[in-house]
Design a protein around this ligand. Structure first.
Ligand code: C5P
Length: 216
């Protein structure tokens, strides 16, 4: 079966940093489900497909190969790890990921990747939809200001200009769309443990999660 850890939460809550560090410590596979939605969105932008054309979107997704290996994400065998973080992808991804048929296909891919593996997957619906039977469900959160601050730093660290106010506004919009969509909205699973990361280090959070795993 494999041990499944689901980590959900809003943008910038620290999910991927925590999940990566945890996976390294535990020797688990780490899958960033948001990166999968982003890679698909990038393809839609590149192919200039109208996002209103649901059938076209589904057809493209059915013939798209998204894979993750060693923390790199590949779209049709091309490494798009950096490209998927662009602002135009940020803006379009919540629209595309609100389409139920697209989510259904993605969830199936995610379940298949995880089969028989010890895995940590992060996203918005991992504890609620992808792995409702996960061994451990964590919901990470932090204040919106802290999350926008982190995202601004992350972009600036890459040598790219970033405006805090713009990022704060974009993040608010994306959170709102992810939380209010009718299908698989961002919500705390009944049996999830909520951790506020605002004043905690990555190491503290990772240790807390390992403690919560008990004698797995
Ligand atoms: O995690 P990240 O912020 O990179 O995710 C990008 C977007 O992908 C989210 O804002 C959300 O719209 C979508 N997403 C989703 N379900 C997931 C993961 C991400 O709808 N499990």
């Amino acid at each position: 079966m494999g041990y499944k850890i689901a980590i959900d939460g809003p943008a910038g809550a620290g999910k991927s940093t925590v999940a990566k560090s945890l996976a390294e410590k535990l020797k688990f596979v780490y899958i960033d489900s948001g990166a999968m939605y982003r890679a698909f969105t990038l393809k839609i932008i590149k192919k200039k497909i109208n996002v209103e054309d649901k059938n076209a979107l589904i057809n493209v997704l059915m013939t798209t190969n998204i894979s993750i290996a060693d923390d790199r994400i590949y779209l049709d065998n091309v490494d798009v790890t950096d490209e998927i973080r662009a602002r135009d992808v940020d803006k379009l991804v919540p629209i595309i990921s609100s389409i139920p048929e697209i989510r259904e296909i993605m969830v199936n891919i995610q379940k298949n990747i995880a089969k028989h593996k010890d895995i940590i997957m992060d996203g918005r619906d991992i504890g609620t939809v992808v792995f409702p039977d996960a061994n451990l469900k964590i919901f990470l959160t932090a204040s919106i200001e802290e999350r926008a601050k982190r995202r601004t730093k992350e972009i600036r660290d890459k040598g790219v200009c970033a405006n805090y106010e713009d990022i704060l506004l974009d993040m608010k919009k994306r959170d709102e769309m992810d939380s209010n969509r009718p299908v698989s909205p961002l919500q705390i699973a009944n049996d999830a443990i909520v951790i506020d990361t605002t004043n905690k280090t990555v190491e503290e959070i990772v240790n807390e999660i390992i403690y919560l795993m008990g004698d797995h």
